[in-house]
Design a protein around this ligand. Sequence first.
Ligand SMILES: [Zn+2]
Ligand SMILES: [Zn+2]
Ligand SMILES: [Zn+2]
Ligand SMILES: [Zn+2]
Ligand SMILES: [Zn+2]
Length: 335
Amino acid sequence: MEISHVVEDNRNEDMHNSQTLLSSKSVSSQNEYTQEVDPGPPHESLFLVLAYLPLFELLAMSEVCMSLRDAVHNDVLLWLNIIVERPLSLRLSDEILMKITSKASGRLKTLVLIDCEKITDDGLQLVIRKNPHINKFFLPECTGLTPEGVIRAVKTLSENHQSLKSLRIHGIYNIKKDHLDTIRSFFQMKLPQQEHQRQQPILFHHRNSPEYRNEESNPMIDIDVDICPKCNNVSMVYDCPRETCKNKGCKACSLCISRCEECGGCIIESEELEATACGDNLCSNCWLQLPKCNLCNQPYCKLHINHQHRLSSSTGFVCDACHVKFVAMLGAWYC
Ligand SMILES: [Zn+2]
Ligand SMILES: [Zn+2]
Ligand SMILES: [Zn+2]
Ligand SMILES: [Zn+2]
Ligand SMILES: [Zn+2]
């Protein structure tokens, strides 16, 4: 599938909306649109913006006009750091990944593929072979990959130019301790002097932040997963931000120790879990501080704050579940 088709499909809804908007204009304003106006070349500042655009917008921009298309496709510098996330990640195939990465002409430095389930071991390996200078290699939740495929890719990167500095592989199925040991051995081969212990904590409530997912916010973490000290499985292992927990051994994966979605603190077994509108865990302290639904008195965590329904007739909000009940109740009254 052509790259342009992916963008085309994702834009269909927007285009439909804009067409609906246009058709609702008055007849007189329609006449304005029918007048022939020479659009002229794009403003120079648009070319400066290109370097700051995410991949989706960059691809969309390349279809605006010939000069922008040439600017996007011919400038290697725009393609050295490729980050694929939703909505493109769901459509990204091996073939499209190869096309996108080929624009870096072998100089690709960052390859971040978030939740790209169609990418296979062989497709990834082809890209790696052509781009041996990758130093930031993030593959979280790429469930089409296997541990063996990841090992092969890391081995290739380590052998060739020894540039790999940061690897993220959480959410790839069946990674065992032996796989992790093998992957670590490539890092150790590469950087014999470097300290491989984590220098900064990984906090549960930071795991979904754009900085953590895309950026090298914590450059001391060379591999994101670790062996959980409680269950011995390979997983994301979180530190605890609570001052009172220092040296208490509550560093563990999220299956072994529940953590608060707001502050990342461990939820102590004796602590009663407070109900939330989204079902996520909150410690008592965070629960008390968050605004609650007007009807059921349950808060949303920060991940789900956009589920709040604001009512013009009152302050505060109602949650999704109460909103559904409320609308059904109103419907019953008027029937
Ligand atoms: Zn565990
Ligand atoms: Zn908390
Ligand atoms: Zn703790
Ligand atoms: Zn509610
Ligand atoms: Zn939540």
